[in-house]
Design a protein around this ligand. Structure first.
Ligand code: PEP
Ligand code: MG
Length: 607
């Protein structure tokens, strides 16, 4: 992915170099490098005697147990949250019985020593993962590398050295598995750079959750940097400068300070309403996948949760959550977010959100169009009913709303209502307290639903546009496929027309229309969305202050004028040009904070 951006000759005796990568967690950091040097662990290739097989299998199992125990210890030090979840997932990977059986087979049948057998199996798993179409699975191959190395060390009776960067350091590594990043919050690491990884790699996820600026996917960066080298991590433009000149340092110190001042300024408004100069209010809510994110949602001023992605409860486990678990989680979330509402989306599993509960996905040639989301819920009725009962019960404790994902039309909507009615009946028969009136809404994320929003609107309490999927299905672009990522263009005339139509249908039928795809978090689109009639946006919590600041500095007339202009553009290039000309001029700082993918052909140049 990366390339050296600057091969100019060194100034004086210093070699100076710039590298490009993926800006994975926004911000700018400057500090001394702390290079994590994890040498590849040599794998002994020793054949064992047949009589040693039992002992060797025993040694392998002990290695697995020791590694599990180490991971457990690290996990215990972490607060609940994504970081911890990732470690949990790695523990599950290590517990995979197929992997252990295969290693033990190689020990017994091919007489390989435990290390050799393990590294053969790990290589096979890694190969399979690397060939996966899905970027998520490709990135999981680094989990396998990490786990295999831990077990190899355990087999040698060694503990992996803990990495312990000093406060103020920029950590540089080939990869940063979550076990290595466990102590970062405490040591106040200011930046992270890794040689591998993408937006959804563990290092990127952890960096975002700790709000540490990070650039990932910078080829060979761990080879190019030495401990103590000064580094600039520009995670706005995706640039890393190694051993910068005085002039570069001054330039980036100014960028960093400006960025931080801006962040502070917009964050100070967190208690103020997201109302424009003319009083137009746009409700800003948070998208949340884990309870641990609620603190951030409230801190950044969310007026409730507009999308609670409940499917994360189903991941990394062998049995689906019970009614009681759904009830307890929802009750707790409502309590924390009160008095604001929480929109719980029923589980949206499948396709880009795989689960161990589903074996059929392996057979699907086209999972995005396969048995996923609401279709899956209607088929796995018991799993769906348990969730609905839990939510209906929790609704007595606060303003809970139920949202159905991936609804294609009225038939599916009726089938889902049928399930809601059955869940109610079951609770009534069992004399269990539950709310009598719970608003039920739908996500508009299929072209079919968007086109017939006027026919769906009379039957629902609210609608929420899921642009991540709506764009994928309308433009026929796999949302996780980098090769066609350049075609993923939210301002495509077809998308704008669909959004406008849904907003209008909501208005005409007196129901609220929200938008909860990534588009909502991108300051470039705020005016267009509000101008098209969307009055509720739901986004990842850290984006809320920037979007609120834009709304507070705008009035409806100018937002509608831009939306109309963009809507009339004959093609997406023209639409993007028109939009950027206005938004760059009005909100240059805000656009720097977008964190969105560059628009087609757009790359803001670093200094
Ligand atoms: C969407 O599709 O826009 C959405 C918000 O849902 P998800 O990203 O979880 O599929
Ligand atoms: Mg979706």
């Amino acid at each position: 992915m990366s390339k050296e951006g600057d091969e100019r000759e060194p100034e004086g005796s210093e070699r100076r170099r710039r590298f490009e990568g993926i800006a994975a967690s926004p911000g700018v950091a400057i500090g001394p490098a702390y290079v994590v040097d994890r040498h590849k662990i040599p794998v002994p290739r020793r054949s064992i005697d047949r009589t040693e097989a039992d002992a060797e299998v025993h040694r392998f199992r002990k290695g697995l147990r020791d590694t599990q125990a180490q991971l457990e210890q690290i996990k215990a030090r972490l607060p609940h949250g994504e970081h911890r979840q990732i470690l949990k997932a790695q523990q599950l990977m290590l517990r995979d019985p197929d992997m252990a059986t295969h290693v033990e087979q190689l020990i017994r049948e091919e007489h390989l020593c435990a290390e050799w057998a393990l590294s053969r199996v790990a290589d096979e798993i890694r190969d399979t993962l690397q060939k996966a179409d899905d970027q998520y699975f490709r990135e999981r191959s680094s989990d396998m590398t990490f786990l295999a190395e831990r077990v190899l060390l355990a087999l040698r009776g060694e503990d992996p050295a803990e990495i312990d960067p000093p406060a103020g350091a920029v950590v540089v590594a080939h990869d940063l598995p979550p076990a290595d990043t466990a102590g970062f919050a405490r040591t106040e690491v200011v930046g992270m750079v890794t040689a591998i990884g993408g937006q959804t790699s563990h290092s990127a996820i952890v960096a975002r959750s700790l709000e540490i600026p990070a650039v990932v996917g910078v080829d060979d960066i761990d080879q190019e940097v030495e401990d103590g080298d000064t580094l600039i991590v520009d995670a706005i433009h995706g640039v890393v400068v190694v051993r910068p000149s005085t002039e570069e340092l001054e330039q980036w110190e100014e960028i960093r300070d400006r960025y931080e001042r801006f962040e502070d300024r917009v964050q100070r408004e967190h208690g103020l309403p997201a109302s424009g100069r003319d009083g137009t209010h746009v409700t800003l809510r948070a998208n949340v996948a884990l309870e641990a994110e609620l603190g951030s949602a409230l801190f950044h001023g969310a007026e409730g949760v507009g999308l609670y992605r409940t499917e994360f409860m189903f991941m990394d486990r062998e049995v689906p959550p019970s009614e009681e678990e759904h009830y307890r989680l929802a009750k707790n979330v409502l309590r924390r977010v009160a008095p604001y509402p929480v929109v719980f989306r029923t589980f949206d599993l499948g396709s880009d959100k795989p689960t161990r509960l589903m074996s059929w996905t392996e057979r699907e040639r086209n999972p995005a169009m396969g048995l996923r989301s609401l279709r899956l819920a209607l088929r796995e009725r018991e799993m769906f009913l348990a969730q609905l009962r839990g939510l209906l019960r929790a609704a007595v404790h606060g303003p809970l709303r139920i949202m159905l994902p991936l609804v294609s039309g009225l038939g599916e909507l009726r089938a889902a209502y049928d399930a809601v009615a059955e869940a109610r009946r079951q609770l009534a028969d069992a004399r269990i307290a539950h709310a009598q009136v719970v608003p039920v809404g739908i996500m508009i994320e299929m072209p079919s639903a968007a086109i017939m929003a006027d026919l769906l609107a009379p039957h629902v309490d609210f609608m929420s546009i899921g642009t991540n999927d709506l764009i994928q299905y309308t433009l026929a672009i796999d949302r996780d496929n980098d090769d066609v990522g350049y075609l993923y263009r939210p301002l495509h005339p077809s998308i704008l027309r669909l959004i406008k139509g849904v907003a209008q249908a909501g208005r005409e039928h007196g129901i609220s229309v929200s938008l909860c795809g990534e588009m909502a978090a991108d300051p470039r689109y705020t005016w267009v969305l509000a101008g098209l009639g969307v009055r509720e946006l739901s986004m990842h919590p850290s984006a809320i202050p920037v979007i609120k600041n834009i709304i507070r500095g705008s009035d409806l007339a100018e937002m509608e004028a831009l939306a109309q202009q963009v809507l009339e553009a004959p093609d997406v290039d023209e639409a993007e040009r028109l939009l950027l000309a206005v938004m760059r001029e009005r909100f240059p700082e805000h656009l720097q904070h977008g964190g969105g993918q560059p628009l087609h052909g757009e790359r803001e140049a670093p200094p």
